[in-house]
Design a protein around this ligand. Structure first.
Ligand SMILES: N[C@@H](CCC(=O)N[C@@H](CS)C(=O)NCC(=O)O)C(=O)O
Length: 273
C-alpha cells in the first residue's frame, strides 16, 4: 500500500479503531474489540504520521481523554492528549477516548486501583523501556522490522523526518539511561504485586474466578515485558526476542519467569484470538 487508509467519521458504518499498531495501549483496545467479536476496522499509523488524523478527530477538547498520555513522564502540557491513540470513532459520530473507555465499552468495568497502577505506572514505564531499545540506532533492525510493515509513504516520511520524530519522542517520554533504571524498578514492582495476587487467586487479579477486563488490561499492558507469540493478534510482528539486545532479553526472560509473566503468556496462548 502507498498511503495508510483514512476516513471521514460521518461516513463510517462500523467502529474505526485508530492506532499506532505496535503500542501496548492500542493492543488493549484491539484485544477488547476482538474478544467481544465487534466488527471494526483498524486504521494504523506510524508515530508522527498519526498526528494529522488523530488531531482532527480530537479537535474538540471533549474528545480528549483524562487518563495518562505520552508526555506525562516529561511533565509535558496536557494538550498532548490531542494526539493520543488508541481512540475509536463510532458510527454515531462519538469518540471513545482511550484504551480504558474502549475496554469498558466492549468488555466491562475495570478495578479502579489496578487501572491507576497499570495506566500511570506499568504502561508508561514499559513504553519508556521498549522505546529505549527500539529507537536506539544500535538496534536499527528492530525499528526497520516495524517500518517494513507500514505503507510506502510512512517509510518515506520516516526516511526524511525519522530523526526529528525520534528526538521528540526521546524528549516527550523522558527516555534516558537513568530513567530506564527507574522504569525497570516500577515494572518489576508491578509484576511482583501482580504475582502475589495471582499466587492467591491463579484466575484473576480481582476476586473473580475468571478472566476479567482488569486481567485483560494487565496482560495487554504487561505483554511488552514478556512478548507473547500472539501479541497484537498478529497485527504487527515485533521480531523474535533472540534478535533483541542481551540486556533487553534478560529483562524479558526475568519477567517471563514470574507468576505474573506466566499468567500473561498463558492468557495470550488461551484467550487471544
Ligand atoms: N492512557 C492512554 C495512553 C495512550 C498512550 O499513551 N498512547 C501513546 C502510544 S503508547 C500515544 O498515543 N503516543 C503518541 C502520541 O501521544 O502522540 C490510553 O489508555 O489510551
Amino acid at each position: 500500500m502507498i498511503f495508510p487508509s483514512s476516513f471521514k467519521i460521518e461516513q463510517i458504518s462500523v467502529p474505526h479503531l485508530v492506532t499506532i499498531p505496535y503500542s501496548h495501549y492500542c493492543e488493549l483496545a484491539r484485544w477488547a474489540m476482538d474478544m467481544s467479536q465487534t466488527e471494526y476496522k483498524e486504521m494504523k499509523y506510524m508515530p508522527g504520521y498519526h498526528m494529522n488524523v488523530v488531531g482532527r478527530l480530537r479537535k474538540k477538547k471533549e474528545n480528549r481523554s483524562n487518563s495518562s498520555f505520552a508526555g506525562q513522564e516529561s511533565d509535558h502540557h496536557g494538550g498532548r492528549r490531542k494526539y493520543s491513540v488508541p481512540l475509536v470513532a463510532m458510527p454515531d459520530g462519538t469518540i471513545l477516548r482511550d484504551s480504558w473507555e474502549i475496554l469498558e465499552k466492549f468488555m466491562g468495568p475495570v478495578d479502579p486501583s489496578w487501572k491507576d497502577l497499570l495506566d500511570n505506572k506499568l504502561g508508561i514505564s514499559l513504553r519508556q523501556l521498549a522505546y529505549f531499545y527500539y529507537l536506539n540506532p544500535k538496534n536499527k533492525d528492530l525499528l526497520n522490522n516495524i517500518l517494513n510493515q507500514t505503507t510506502l509513504s510512512e517509510r518515506i516520511y520516516w526516511f526524511f523526518f525519522g530523526n526529528i520524530v525520534k528526538k521528540s519522542m526521546y524528549e516527550l517520554m523522558a527516555i534516558t539511561k537513568e530513567n530506564i533504571e527507574e522504569s525497570k524498578k516500577v515494572i518489576f514492582d508491578v509484576f511482583e504485586k501482580a504475582s502475589e495476587k495471582l499466587n492467591s487467586n491463579p484466575h484473576s487479579l480481582t476476586e473473580e474466578s475468571f478472566f476479567t477486563p482488569t486481567d485483560m488490561a494487565f496482560c495487554a499492558l504487561g505483554s511488552i515485558a514478556v512478548f507473547p507469540e500472539k501479541y497484537s493478534g498478529n497485527t504487527v510482528k515485533m521480531g523474535s526476542i533472540e534478535s533483541f539486545p542481551t540486556d533487553y532479553q534478560e529483562i524479558i526472560k526475568f519477567c517471563r519467569n514470574t507468576t505474573a509473566g506466566k499468567f500473561i503468556l498463558n492468557c495470550y496462548e488461551t484467550k487471544r484470538l
